[in-house]
Design a protein around this ligand. Structure first.
Ligand code: ADP
Length: 235
């Protein structure tokens, strides 16, 4: 569904990714693990078009993404839940969700109602807080809102960058359950996580990234057991 082939990218003259190849198949949840500064966020930025690779290709459902603008990539169904969530703190839950819809191809009233119903069905907590400003939500609820916002846009694959960062244990479990829920809905997930234990408990497979390259790829069961995981992640 989403395929990176030999992707090289960086910032200005500083190369960060050195020939990354990885694949996420429809309906899978895939973990992208690695210590800080290894290039995981950079990889996500190339997928959504914020950063253009100097070499290589990124395909989504067979369509080349590297020449498309970020809004065009979002309309194809690639959604990012960025690090630190980045919801709009002064806007209400409803307004934040409406902004998600603005990235959708079809913005009719019927679609808006359907998407709101879906989101509230899966995240009833958000419906209870619909008119509250985003900043009054807890960290876990803000994460939920950030995920719901890309669902409003009709994302078929969601790239999540460190969703459990800074959350209390109860909310870490909530985020893990949300990823499970997305999988049940048939939404494909690529999850960047520092917390390998959480990521591997919910993902089918994983990749380990080190200094801008993929150094290990295996099933979650294998990654949990492998000494390579401990060596590369220090866990
Ligand atoms: P990770 O997500 O694995 O923690 P990042 O992709 O955020 O890693 O960062 C990889 C490298 O790119 C780091 O050395 C970081 O300092 C550098 N980097 C990240 N963002 C920028 C930027 N906007 N400009 C220059 N260098 C950056």
């Amino acid at each position: 569904m989403l395929t990176f082939k030999d992707v090289h990218a960086g910032y200005g003259a500083t190369p960060i990714l050195f020939g990354v190849s990885l694949e996420v198949r429809p309906g899978e949840a895939v973990a992208l693990l690695g210590k800080n500064g290894m290039g995981k966020t950079t990889l996500m930025k190339t997928a959504i078009g914020f950063l253009k690779p100097s070499r290589g290709s990124i395909e989504f459902d067979g369509q080349e993404l590297t020449r498309l603008a970020p809004h065009a990539i979002a309309r194809l169904g690639v959604g990012l839940v960025p690090e630190n969530r980045r919801i709009f703190p002064g806007l209400t839950v409803r307004e934040n969700l409406d902004l998600g819809l603005s990235a959708a191809r079809d913005r009719s009233g019927a679609l808006r109602r359907r998407r709101f119903e879906e989101v509230f069905h899966h995240f009833p907590r958000l419906s209870e807080r619909i008119d509250q400003p985003g900043k009054t939500l807890s960290g876990g609820e803000q994460q939920m809102l950030a995920i719901a916002r890309v669902m409003m846009a009709g994302a078929r694959i969601i790239l999540m960058d460190e969703p459990t960062q800074g959350l209390a244990p109860a909310f870490i479990r909530l985020v893990r359950d949300m990823v499970g829920e997305l999988k049940r809905l048939g939404v494909t997930v690529l999850l960047v996580e520092q917390n390998a234990r959480v990521a591997l408990s919910v993902c089918d497979r994983g990749y380990i990234m080190e200094k801008g390259t993929i150094v290990f790829a295996a099933s979650s069961a294998e990654l949990r057991e492998s000494p390579v995981t401990r060596e590369k992640l220090g866990v």
